[in-house]
Design a protein around this ligand. Structure first.
Ligand SMILES: O=C(CO)[C@H](O)[C@H](O)COP(=O)(O)O
Length: 217
């Protein structure tokens, strides 16, 4: 199980400081959409230079001009770039092709998707990595519910990440669905004891993995 640290609503210096404090516990670094909007692709290049062998996810949240934006992300050093599930099929197929050319991956962000038919279409398009996502603004009036996993239940071969206000308390509920990747932002990045929290989360994931070998529920 991967722990993906989402760097959102932070300055460049804060991103670098947080990474220095937490990289021992995390697997994937996500450079958040807002951070990319603030600093451009340069921040992806800088994180890549500082962490040459860690998997970097550029949270581009691409929804159009897929070829161009996917190439931007991979050229800058990202291993994975995100594309919104509601995008045109052409956008999805274009980004998948670019990912193949760069030996990268596309993570399809399922934010707002409820229709099982869209899941079928995405699967037919060749999507192999998705994120179940309860958005930051949605978190103001609700919380991540593990019902979200019903979207992916018929796709055992899909690699699944889950995001949306996950913290040490909500981790156990999500764990039983055995996702491949937990995306965690604020519960680590906005805490003064972030090193300790990241290490605790890592410990919870490692312990779960050691004691459970079943696939996704
Ligand atoms: O993509 C995002 C927001 O759109 C965040 O990266 C994701 O929601 C994780 O952050 P948090 O744990 O703070 O919700």
């Amino acid at each position: 199980m991967n722990l993906q640290l989402a760097l959102d609503r932070l300055s460049k210096q804060e991103c670098m400081d947080i990474l220095a404090d937490t990289t021992d516990s995390i697997d994937w670094i996500e450079i958040g959409t807002g951070v990319i909007k603030e600093y451009g692709m340069e921040i992806v290049r800088e994180v890549r230079a500082a962490y040459p062998s860690v998997t970097i996810v550029a949270d581009m949240k691409t929804c159009d001009t897929g070829k161009h934006e996917a190439a931007q992300a991979f050229e800058s050093g990202a291993d994975i770039t995100t594309v919104m599930a509601f995008s045109a099929d052409q956008t999805i197929t274009d980004t998948l092709k670019v990912a193949e050319d760069y030996s990268g991956r596309i993570m399809i962000d399922l934010l707002g998707i409820q229709d099982p038919e869209r899941m079928e279409e995405l699967s037919d398009l060749g999507v192999d990595l998705v994120s179940l996502h309860f958005g930051k603004d949605m978190q103001q009036t609700g919380e991540l519910d593990d019902d979200l996993f019903s979207l992916v239940k018929d796709y055992p071969n899909l690699e699944v990440a889950v995001a949306g206000g996950i913290n040490l308390e909500s981790l156990p509920l999500m764990l039983k669905h055995n996702p491949d990747t937990f995306i965690v932002g604020s519960a680590i990045t906005k805490q003064t004891n972030r090193t300790e929290i990241a290490a605790k989360m890592r410990g919870v994931l490692d312990e779960y993995e050691a004691n459970n070998s079943h696939g996704r529920l």
